[in-house]
Design a protein around this ligand. Sequence first.
Ligand SMILES: [Zn+2]
Length: 277
Amino acid sequence: MHRRHFLSLTGLTALSSWGQLPPPEALKLISVTDGVKLLEGAGGNVAVVTTAEGTILIDAKFAPNVPQIYDAAKSLSSKPIRFLVNTHHHGDHTGGNAALAAKEPMEILAHENARANMIKGGMPGVPRIGFKDSITIGLGGVELRAIYLGRGHTNGDVVILFPQKRLLHAGDLIAAPGPFIDYANGGSGIEWVATLDKVLALDFDTVIPGHGPLYTKADLKTFRDKLDGMVRKMTELKRKGLSKEDAVKAFDPASLGWEPGRMFNRTLPPLYDEVAR
Ligand SMILES: [Zn+2]
């Protein structure tokens, strides 16, 4: 999800700076598997992965959440935080980058398109390291692969696979309330389905989604099928000759078990344009 959605969800849109915000909500620390905890709440899901040689973070929430993230990581291991991998560029996943790196000298990595989106958007905490197809990190006996499998939510989403743990952090390629396609940053509904087919070809059991509680691989498949259903429905409405406005009105996200409104208002009109091409 995008930072603006978080703000509108919590009704804080009118506030002009973080200095005026109340203290961030408490985060939930959830056990995922041996050596992996999930920090849920306030922005994207952060994975804290502890190893004998240091800690790895996946995503960084918002800047005001950094003390919470840092304290949680230090409560799990006294070792330094060595790496932070961003699943994509959105501020609810990268907002904490700069403040975390100011606490400890860690390497921050993201897909090269996510990096470019951050630079284009004037966002703070741009990762030093960008990569194209995949990158492998081995630390303290723990291996991870950050893998780019194509466009989807944006043009720079990666999934983080922990082969030994049969675990995948999917970032916002999986979002329980429904998919937001960030067309301004290279997202694509049609290609998102194909990207998820490639994700499903990887070997894992448990999924940390970008937001919300843990998924199984079967839940990921269900999300993929619903997304495919949305793209097919918009294609069908376009073929029937409905105008963009009427097609958007005719598609009911609730028919797929998603909450109407919110990101669908921004996702459906450009999706109509995409399927029309
Ligand atoms: Zn996002």
